[in-house]
Design a protein around this ligand. Structure first.
Ligand code: ZN
Ligand code: MN
Length: 268
């Protein structure tokens, strides 16, 4: 008999109810975006990657994975190319905050007490924190005080040693990695059929003045839509990134939720 899916929405409601009632099973919520990712990748990279990290981590720690948020907060010129670019389709900050708050409170109503928000889009970061904060505040008003929420972005688990190994010519920072080596390498490992390296645009890393201007000046952004070149991306780098981030997230959730990974996984 095959094991049950880790995707919560693939269960029947009685199966789901058995898993989440009592609060032991962590629920992981991937939060992505619909955003252009250059000429060589599709626009749902920021959904695919956190969803797949969540699936892999859930297998190891006995968690469930919720339906991902497939839209996110607006793309910023310095971290996503900007919200003026064709295809990029975003939510207002208040919409994302409110929707995430609603979903967190629904899972808590079902019995979930351990949640992990898996961010895949840089610009979502503070809006996730706000949704989490408001959800916890409203739950406290309802007398519910035993909910713990881990908030993470998978790229923060890349270690300094891995950065040195993967970026021998120097690392420009995660914000400029939009459509660059990190995301492209992970996509080459996980979804090679969705990557078209023959279409990639090779260019110097974007450089910005130390301030922002609104309305956005499109001339600041490389015409490709990426902020650094994907030229040095490879499946080998993707394999390393996948391993280091997955194991880092497993360790974090195991510690924060006091889980026993091996025992949980085999008992699931
Ligand atoms: Zn991205
Ligand atoms: Mn993004």
């Amino acid at each position: 008999m095959s094991r049950q899916s880790v995707f919560a929405y693939e269960l029947t409601w009685p199966e789901y109810d058995r898993r989440v009632r009592g609060g032991d099973t962590p629920m992981m919520i991937p939060v992505g975006a619909l955003e252009q990712h250059g000429h060589h990748m599709p626009m749902h990279v920021d959904v695919l990657l956190p969803n797949e990290f969540a699936r892999r981590v859930a297998e190891k720690v006995g968690a469930l994975v919720a339906q991902p948020f497939t839209y996110g907060y607006k793309s910023h010129p310095k971290s996503g190319g900007g919200n003026h670019l064709p295809g990029t389709t975003s939510l207002d900050g208040a919409t994302l905050v409110s929707a995430l708050k609603d979903v967190i409170k629904e899972f808590v109503r079902h019995g979930v007490r351990k949640l992990a928000i898996m961010n895949g889009h840089y610009e979502n970061s503070w809006f996730i924190v706000e949704g989490v904060d408001i959800a916890l505040r409203e739950l406290r008003w309802d007398g519910i005080r035993d909910v713990k929420i881990v908030v993470l972005s998978y790229w923060d688990f890349v270690t300094d040693a891995t950065i040195e190994q993967l970026y021998p010519d120097g690392f420009t920072g995660w914000d400029l990695e939009h459509g660059g080596v990190l995301e492209t390498s992970l996509m080459l490992t996980l979804y090679p059929d969705l990557v078209r390296m023959d279409k990639m645009v090779d260019h110097a890393p974007a450089s910005f003045p130390p301030y922002d201007v609104y309305p956005v000046n499109p001339d600041w952004i490389p015409a490709s839509g990426t902020l650094s070149s994907p030229r040095n991306a490879s499946k080998e780098k993707g394999d390393i990134l996948l391993e280091v981030c997955t194991s880092g997230i497993v360790d974090a959730l195991t510690a924060e939720f006091a889980l026993e990974p091996k025992a949980r996984a085999s008992a699931a």
